[in-house]
Write a protein that binds this ligand. Sequence first.
Ligand code: CTP
Length: 397
Amino acid sequence: MKRILLIVGGGIAAYKACEVIRLLKKRGHAVRCVLTEGGSHFITPMTLAALSEEHVHTSLWDLKDEAEMGHIQLSREADLVVVVPATADLLARMAGGQANDLATTVLLATDKPVLAAPAMNVRMWRHAATKRNVARLRADGITVLEPDEGAMACGEYGPGRLPEPAVIVEAIDSALSRASLETIGKLAGRHAIVTAGPTHEPIDPVRYIANRSSGRQGFAVAAALAALGTRVTLVAGPVDLPTPAGVDRIDVESACEMAAAVTAALPAHIAVMVAAVADWRVEAVTQKVKKVGAPPALTLIENPDILAIVAKSPQRPALLVGFAAETENVVANAVAKRTRKDADWIVANDVSAGVFGADANHVRLVTANGVEEWPAAAKSDIAVLLADRIAAALEPS
Ligand code: CTP
């Protein structure tokens, strides 16, 4: 259980903060809200209090509030301060270090990490002043998520929509599980390619061969790397997961498509191949196979091994990480796989115990120096640990 201080700013997207609270509570976190004057024109303190099951703080000048929990204590008792929606005005006041209401005073007084999810009109987002403010805040160590692109409440179209609540909650989880804030920004200027999910290999136009990969571990790795400031290209097989904030996503279906997308995304400093790529595909895919006579015999041929292609490429990344899903002899197979595939590291997981689709994972990291057993942890925590290790490995010595 972590404590989150949620600052709700004054924009139409304020109502989506309600869904963020609901998702955070579902994950077992405690949420306390600060509602700005602007925010209170869109939702009421009662809504936030009912969802968070906590008193809602609205004013710096409330004697009763200050006596019970002053603004300094409010800013310190949380593990993470989150701003949803971060309006252009709130971002500007944060960047300027102002403390002219409860929200900005808390943001200035806090010693905890801050994550802001912006939402505003597309022109306001693209304005030089907002760009300057966002750059300032990021340089100050504040995580500012990229807004979504799409139709806006004001009738215009473009970037400026609040990221989906599920994406904000993923980013919150990633920020919460980060051991130290020191690694943030360590991978700035680097490019990472991450593969995730299963592949679907067509049998005919309506049927396919698949596997049980959910894509969650790969998406968590992409999110954790992006949080360290690296540019991430996520090549995703068919999965139903939201794109992590700040990640460029390329959707593919089959292993051949995934291989093409990964090769096209090179060069990269880092490649993390988390996808459960199908080893075989059906040789001849024609029209829909009809149910006449005996069941058809499928001739399978081998798929390209994407990890091996990247390993042999003249543009081989400085750090190439593979995942190994094993059901027996996990360590021995993973150690052999590292050498056979010419990967730098292999993250080995025992998939005999229901890892697919689950929240948690139990892995071992196989490097040239040996095998490390990591404690069982949430996939997002494992992703953060891995991203931190990658940042440490790539640091100039
Ligand atoms: N991989 C890949 N392309 C493939 C098969 C696997 O890029 N066609 C990558 C996976 O993303 C993973 C690593 O190779 O990072 C190991 O995958 P795994 O399925 O465990 O290994 P295989 O080489 O297929 O070995 P086996 O199935 O025999 O265990």
